[in-house]
Ligand binder design. Structure first.
Ligand SMILES: Nc1ncnc2c1ncn2[C@@H]1O[C@H](COP(=O)(O)OP(=O)(O)OP(=O)(O)O)[C@@H](O)[C@H]1O
Ligand SMILES: [Mg+2]
Length: 269
């Protein structure tokens, strides 16, 4: 399937990022265009979440003349204006929700990029309607008044997906969004993401599971030890050779139904 790709929306050019004393990313250059979907893969600590935080402006690169971060074509942003164009599902966001916050408030809080709603935050009937519609679409319509802590992990994650999309952003950022979900809940969640892709939003997915690199994702970014090992078309990089290099162990890639899976190289003993 061909994706009609548009203007660059994420342009990282030669960025280096420190997290305290750790060099989390080094000399990274990556471009993502509107309408394309990209998976970021790599071992623990490779810098995947750090890369996403550059896009959400939670982290900044070391200031160097050659180093730039351009988002939606611009270097300078009011962070709140930028975040109106981004939606995110991550463990960090999930962890910040207090147990008692009910489903509808989880979703509404996305309008403010907050993690709960407050009395001073007014929501219009149209905003409330939008939140309810998304909850219904994602199969959590009955959870408006149910506290977050009473939901299953799958329900929580679908509420968080609705929260990420409630303000109709251009880009959906997913950092290991299916961690801890059973296989049915994982695939159900990914089907919802495919529906979001079909609406024309750009999706950036960080995952440790190759089978989550769905057919719509055409490009992958391979990070290792803070360095860009490779980036390019999925069919060039999701190979035995590249994944074995990425993880430093012999691996074999299997393809089925447009999905990929990784198994230990060498087969049965
Ligand atoms: N809050 C932090 N303070 C200091 N160092 C950090 C912090 N968060 C991450 N790091 C370091 O930055 C590097 C990159 O971390 P990052 O979280 O981006 O990796 P990741 O690829 O997302 O890993 P994982 O797959 O485990 O989520 C690691 O060496 C990590 O130890
Ligand atoms: Mg991470």
């Amino acid at each position: 399937m061909r994706i009609a790709v548009g203007k660059p929306i994420v342009e990282l050019h030669r960025v280096t990022v420190y997290r305290e004393k750790t060099k989390a990313l080094e000399d990274i250059t990556v471009t993502v265009r509107a309408g394309e979907h990209v998976a970021v893969l790599g071992p623990n600590g490779a810098g995947k979440s750090t890369l996403l935080k550059l896009i959400t402006r939670e982290l900044y690169p070391v200031a160097r003349p050659e180093s730039t971060v351009r988002l939606f074509g611009r270097k300078r942003w009011d962070v709140w204006a930028l975040r109106r164009r981004l939606g995110i599902v991550s463990h960090e966001v999930q962890r910040q929700y207090r147990d008692h916050v009910v489903g509808l408030d989880v979703v509404l809080s996305g309008f403010y990029w907050s993690t709960g709603t407050w009395p001073h935050q007014a929501f219009t009937p149209a905003q409330q309607e939008r939140a309810r519609q998304l909850m219904a679409r994602f199969g959590v319509g009955a959870l408006s008044t149910v506290p977050f802590s009473h939901m299953s992990a799958g329900e929580q994650r679908r509420c968080l997906l609705a929260r990420a999309l409630v303000h109709n952003p251009d880009v959906l950022i997913l950092d290991e969004p299916t961690n801890g979900l059973d296989v049915a809940a994982r695939f159900a969640f990914l089907e919802l993401v495919r529906g979001v892709m079909a609406e024309g939003k750009t999706v950036l997915l960080v995952t440790h599971r190759l089978e989550e690199v769905m057919p719509e994702i055409e490009r992958v970014v391979l990070l290792k030890g803070g360095r860009l090992l490779a980036e390019g078309p999925k069919d060039h990089l999701l190979t035995d050779r590249w994944l074995s290099r990425l993880y430093g162990v012999p691996l074999a890639v299997v393809q089925a139904n447009g999905h990929y899976r990784v198994v230990p190289a060498g087969g049965a003993r």
